[in-house]
Design a protein around this ligand. Structure first.
Ligand code: FES
Length: 186
């Protein structure tokens, strides 16, 4: 064996050792972090779907068939959903055909956090605390609120409404406010 070959072999062993050690550290780190990551993911409470099931005020999963049977076309229904804006009060949006829209609206006013009621006559959300007004999509129509109501994703699965974070572009623009990047995604 030449001198240069004899020097190469220990180098290869060192590299192999550091590779194996590095792999073991990575595997240990992954095993440690896995439950931590799981903790921060929203639990899925309905088969095969994505997100948390919207709940009634008693904390029970909402039944889509019962909700639609009692719903008025165009009138959103207040439920408990996902805490994306300092509170989990969430409107499920019912369209004029009495179907559930693919987005829900977080009901927490972006001014000082009051839950904003729906005015079915005006077809607007009107905050009783300081008078902010939002349109039927939660778009900002009148301050002092600085931003529209936050959006969430809504999908129907196994007679439940699953609520998940809305991370796509904000589709709402009003004269008062327009920003395509969802402000509630940190
Ligand atoms: S909390 Fe809604 S306007 Fe102030």
């Amino acid at each position: 064996m030449s001198e240069s070959a004899a020097q190469e072999i220990p180098m290869s062993r060192r590299q192999l050792l550091s590779f194996v050690t590095g792999g073991a550290i990575a595997a240990t780190t992954a095993a440690t972090l896995y439950p931590v990551v799981l903790y921060f993911l929203p639990p899925s409470t309905a088969g095969g779907g994505e997100g948390v099931a919207a709940k009634d005020k008693e904390g029970k999963d909402i039944s889509v068939s019962k909700l639609l049977a009692a719903a008025t076309p165009g009138e959103p229904v207040l439920t408990l959903g996902l805490d994306v804006n300092g509170g989990d009060a969430t409107y499920i949006v019912i369209n004029d055909q009495k179907e559930i829209a693919n987005f829900g609206i977080n009901a927490v006013c972006t001014h000082l956090g009051c839950v904003v009621p729906w005015d079915n006559g005006a077809k607007q959300f009107k905050c009783p605390c300081h008078g902010s007004v939002y349109n039927a999509d939660g778009g900002l129509e009148r301050g002092p609120a600085p931003q529209p109501l936050a959006l969430v994703k809504a999908t129907v699965s196994d007679d439940k409404v699953l609520i998940a974070p809305w991370t796509e572009q904000d589709f709402r623009c009003t004269d008062l406010w327009c920003n395509k990047d969802p402000y509630w995604v940190k």
